[in-house]
Design a protein around this ligand. Structure first.
Ligand code: ADP
Ligand code: MG
Ligand code: MG
Length: 252
């Protein structure tokens, strides 16, 4: 069983003039395989910074604390090594990959993570099944990654990666933003399928409570001012839905 452990994580963003602006002020969080944690907080509270720091984005500097995956120091690993170690990040603003088809991208990613190419015959079937479950046109596999993708297609592509790559820990940053209600349902069902395997821990980052109606978190963490200010179960999500973040802002 895999465990991601974040201890007293402090992170600054690197500004163009070379200055450091502190964003995360000591984040503590443990995510085990099979658990789903929702991180909820207002805009600008540092949620994406947390996701990018764990994924290894060069714009962020770790100034203190630690992140380990099954005891391995994640912060010492390159971005590629983090993915191979079993970390998966679905970004709020995914990038286009011109000239690389979805099918090739997924196969390359799978090969990199497993250390060997997937068997051609079974792989084609896995890809097809993943696409069918997400109600996607098979022609989608031949399109270039994220090029001209609608919001819903980008998210479905992320969930396809999730289903095929089977990460130990998946961080989904605002996967619900820009989705219509059908796409939200399909994407949530995909997450719930992977969740049901019990082999992936989820960090579900969101501003709104909407997605939590479809993906019931085991734990909810309220994130304000670069740290967790309150923790609870699913009922905390419902409370936020009714009351918003105002009471935390006053305290922060
Ligand atoms: P969230 O995802 O919760 O909306 P972010 O992690 O995106 O929050 O941002 C947290 C804070 O860091 C914000 O105040 C934001 O303005 C600041 N920030 C992020 N990136 C930069 C940057 N490149 N330059 C200056 N400030 C930044
Ligand atoms: Mg934001
Ligand atoms: Mg964000």
């Amino acid at each position: 069983m895999s465990t991601l452990e974040i201890r007293d994580l402090q992170v600054s963003v690197k500004l163009p003039e070379g200055e450091l602006k502190p964003i995360l002020n000591g984040v503590d969080l443990t995510v085990k395989a099979g658990e789903t944690h929702a991180i909820m907080g207002p805009n600008g509270s540092g949620k994406s910074t947390l996701a990018y720091s764990i994924a290894g984005h060069p714009k962020y500097e770790i100034t203190g604390g630690s992140v380990t995956l099954d005891g391995v120091d994640v912060l010492e690993l390159s971005v590629d090594e983090r993915a191979r170690a079993g970390l998966f990040l679905a970004m709020q603003y995914p990038v286009e990959v011109p000239g690389v088809s979805v099918a090739n991208f997924l196969r390359t990613a799978k090969t990199a993570i497993d250390g060997e190419a997937p068997k051609l015959r079974t792989w084609a079937g896995e890809l097809r099944t993943a696409m069918e479950k997400l109600e996607m046109d098979p022609a989608f596999a031949q399109r270039n990654v994220n090029e001209g993708f609608s919001g819903g297609e980008k998210k479905r592509h992320e969930i396809m990666q999730l289903e095929l790559l089977k990460p130990k820990v998946a961080i989904l940053d605002e996967t619900d933003s820009g989705l219509d209600i059908d796409a939200l349902r399909i994407v949530s069902e995909g997450v719930n399928r992977v969740r049901a395997t019990g082999e992936t821990g989820f960090l579900l980052i969101t501003h709104y409570t909407r997605i939590l109606r479809y993906i019931k978190p085991d734990f909810v963490h309220v994130f304000v001012g670069g740290r967790i200010v309150e923790e609870g179960g699913p009922e905390l999500g419902e409370q936020l839905e009714a009351q918003g973040y105002d009471k935390y802002k006053v305290r922060a």
